[in-house]
Design a protein around this ligand. Structure first.
Ligand code: 1HE
Length: 265
C-alpha cells in the first residue's frame, strides 16, 4: 500500500495522523496558491490514493493569506495554449475534482482570503466549506476574458444557483462573510477556519467509513441520475450501509438507552 512518504509533491504537502485525519495543504503561497498544471497533477495523485490509504477525513487548507487564486494565469499566458491543449487541461482539473467529490472520504475546505475562479472550483469539490473573516469568493473569469473550466458550471451553480453564478461571472461580484453564508458559498463562518475544519474532520471521522463513503460519493452520483434511478440506487446503498456490522453496536446503544439523543445543546 502507498505511504504518505511515497508522494513526490512540489506544490502540496500532506500529513496523516494515527486517526486517519489527513491534512492537505496548498503550498504555493508566493503565487497565492494559483493552480498550475503541476499542482493539478499532484491533486489527482493524492486524492486518487488517499481513500485507499486509510484517510478517514481530509482538511484541505492553504499556506499564506489566500486559499487559492485560481488558474495560474501566468503559466496560461506563457504556454500560449491551443483550444485542444486547454480542453485537455480542463479534463485533468475535472479528474482531480471528481476524485475529491466522489472519493468517499469527507473533505473539509478551510478557507481564507481569495477563493476565486479555479480556487472556488477547487473549494466546491470539497464536501464542507469553512470560511474565516478574511474569506471572499468571486468568479473573475469574465473580466479576464476567460471562462470556468474546472467544473464551476456544475458545482458552483449547485451551491448558489444559475442566476447568482451568471451574475458573479458577468460582473465580477465579490461575496464576503454573511452574504457568502446566505447564498451557500460556505457553511461555516468562524474566526479560525483551520481549527473549525479540523474539529469537523474529527467529528466526521467518528462515523463508520462505509457511512461516510456513501455520504461523500452516493449523494453526488445520485444527483446525476433520474429521480427513479436515484431512488433505486439509494435503496441499494442503504441496504449495504444500514446493515453493516459497524452500525450494530450503535443501534444496540440506542435500543438500550445508552446512546446520545438528537437534541439541541
Ligand atoms: C498569480 C495568480 C494567478 C497571484 N496566476 N500567478 N484568478 C484571478 O483572476 C485572481 C488573480 N489574482 C489576484 O487577483 C491577486 O493575486 C490576489 C487577490 C489573489 C492576491 O493579491 P496580492 O496583492 O496578495 O498578490 P499579487 O501581488 O497580486 O500576487 C503575488 C504573486 O502571485 C505574483 O507573482 P510574482 O512572481 O509577481 O510575485 C502574482 O503574479 C502571483 N499570482 N494570482 C498566476 N491566478 C480552469 S479555468 C479557471 C479560470 C480561472 O481561475 S480565472 C480566475 C483567475
Amino acid at each position: 500500500m502507498k505511504q504518505i512518504s511515497d508522494f513526490a509533491l512540489e506544490n502540496l504537502t500532506v500529513d496523516m495522523d494515527e486517526a486517519g485525519i489527513t491534512t492537505v495543504t496548498l503550498d504555493r503561497a508566493a503565487k497565492r496558491n494559483a493552480l498550475n498544471a503541476q499542482t493539478v497533477e499532484e491533486l489527482i495523485e493524492l486524492f486518487g490514493a488517499l481513500p485507499r490509504m486509510g484517510a478517514r477525513a481530509v482538511v484541505l487548507r492553504a499556506e499564506g493569506d489566500h486559499f487559492c487564486a485560481g488558474l495560474d494565469l501566468v503559466e496560461h499566458h506563457s504556454e500560449d495554449r491551443r483550444p485542444e491543449d486547454f480542453m485537455h487541461l480542463c479534463l485533468r482539473w475535472h479528474e482531480a475534482f471528481n476524485k475529491m467529490e466522489y472519493g468517499g472520504v469527507p473533505i473539509i475546505a478551510a478557507l481564507k482570503g481569495a477563493v476565486v475562479g479555479g480556487g472556488l472550483e477547487l473549494a466546491s469539490a470539497a464536501h464542507i466549506r469553512v470560511a474565516d473573516q478574511s474569506t471572499y469568493f468571486a468568479l473573475p473569469e469574465g473580466q479576464r476574458g476567460l471562462f470556468t473550466g474546472g467544473g464551476a458550471t456544475i458545482r458552483v451553480a449547485d451551491l448558489v444557483g444559475k442566476a447568482r453564478m451568471i451574475d458573479m461571472m458577468l460582473t465580477g461580484r465579490i461575496y464576503t462573510r454573511d452574504e457568502a453564508m446566505q447564498v451557500g458559498l460556505c457553511q461555516y463562518l468562524v474566526e479560525d477556519s483551520d481549527a473549525k475544519a479540523f474539529e469537523i474532520a474529527r467529528a466526521a471521522a467518528e462515523n463508520p467509513p462505509l457511512s461516510n463513503f456513501a455520504i461523500c460519493s452516493a449523494i453526488s452520483h445520485m444527483q446525476n441520475m433520474s429521480a427513479l434511478d436515484a431512488a433505486y440506487a439509494e435503496s441499494v446503498v442503504a441496504g449495504i450501509v444500514n446493515t453493516q456490522p459497524a452500525s450494530r453496536g450503535r443501534l444496540e446503544a440506542f435500543a438500550n438507552k445508552t446512546a446520545a439523543r438528537v437534541k439541541p445543546k
